[in-house]
Design a protein around this ligand. Structure first.
Ligand code: DGL
Length: 265
């Protein structure tokens, strides 16, 4: 058992979709969240830059004494998979999402939507093919989704978000997928708009939520769960204005009683 907090980070507020899931399955765990809001988006940057940012995110959380880190960022998860120094006590979102998609698909046709950097890395394809060699994977980068979400444009009825989503996703719908990985942790916030396009026949897999489920299994297996039975404490850090972070995040997560502090990496 360990009472140390779990560290979770993302380039911005998207990783909070993982925090929401973590909080519901492990309500007694303390969580420290870092959103690198001064440098979001990561997904349009080069691999070297994303790796450099990821190392700084890790170091920041490690210094705060976390017991385990979730890289709640598809972009970081896909580029660090082949880098040294990240594998110890760390979980990304790609493997949990790939496993869930393979469990879900009936016709073997899986769609992946993610940032440009994630799609270019080929990480989702590689992991899905390892599990299900015969799977057909259709990937699509959706670079406008992160800025839309960071600016609060994601609810059903939001015309700019719906227009961009149709532009990106209609061709994917025509390919007959039955499972779609939301490979970036910002995308679950666009879930209503995305499911309106695909309809009930396509199962949406949220990479951040799957990572939270895998984190629970990892902590249990390694004897690291917090056994206290009082609600966990949550601290949040961001690299740009805490007021802006709060304003954007409060569109979908209740931050009452949670402090958001500015930090430098
Ligand atoms: N939430 C991040 C991801 O999962 C967004 C990346 C970005 O900042 O572009 O990929």
């Amino acid at each position: 058992m360990s009472e140390r907090p779990i560290g979770v980070f993302d380039s911005g507020i998207g990783g909070l979709t993982t925090v929401i899931e973590l909080r519901s399955i492990l309500p007694c765990e303390d969580i420290i969240y870092l959103g690198d809001t001064a440098r979001v988006p990561y997904g349009t940057r080069s691999r070297e830059t994303v790796v450099r940012y990821a190392r700084q995110d890790f170091e920041f959380l490690k210094k705060l004494g976390v017991k385990f880190i979730i890289a709640a960022c598809g972009t970081v998860s896909s580029v660090i998979a082949s880098e040294k120094g990240f594998d110890d006590g760390c979980l990304g979102v790609i493997a949990p999402a790939a496993e869930a998609a393979c469990r879900s698909t009936k016709n073997g046709r899986i769609g992946v939507i993610a940032t440009g950097a994630s799609v270019r890395s080929g990480s989702y394809e590689r992991l899905i093919k390892n599990i299900m060699p015969g799977a057909e994977i259709i990937s699509k980068a959706c670079p406008m989704f992160v800025p839309l979400v960071e600016n609060g444009y994601f609810a059903r009825g939001c015309i700019p978000a719906e227009t961009i989503a149709r532009e990106y996703l209609e061709p994917l719908r025509a390919r007959g997928i039955d499972t779609l990985i939301l490979g970036c942790t910002h995308y679950p916030l666009l879930k209503d708009i995305i499911s309106d396009i695909f309809g009930d026949g396509v199962k949406l897999i949220s990479s951040g939520a799957e990572a939270a489920n895998s984190a629970e299994k990892y902590l249990e297996k390694n004897g690291l769960l917090n056994k206290k039975n009082t609600p966990g404490d949550i601290r949040m850090f961001c690299t740009d204005s805490p007021e802006l972070f709060r304003e954007n995040a409060e569109h979908f997560i209740d931050l009452e009683g949670i402090t958001v502090e500015k930090c430098d990496l």
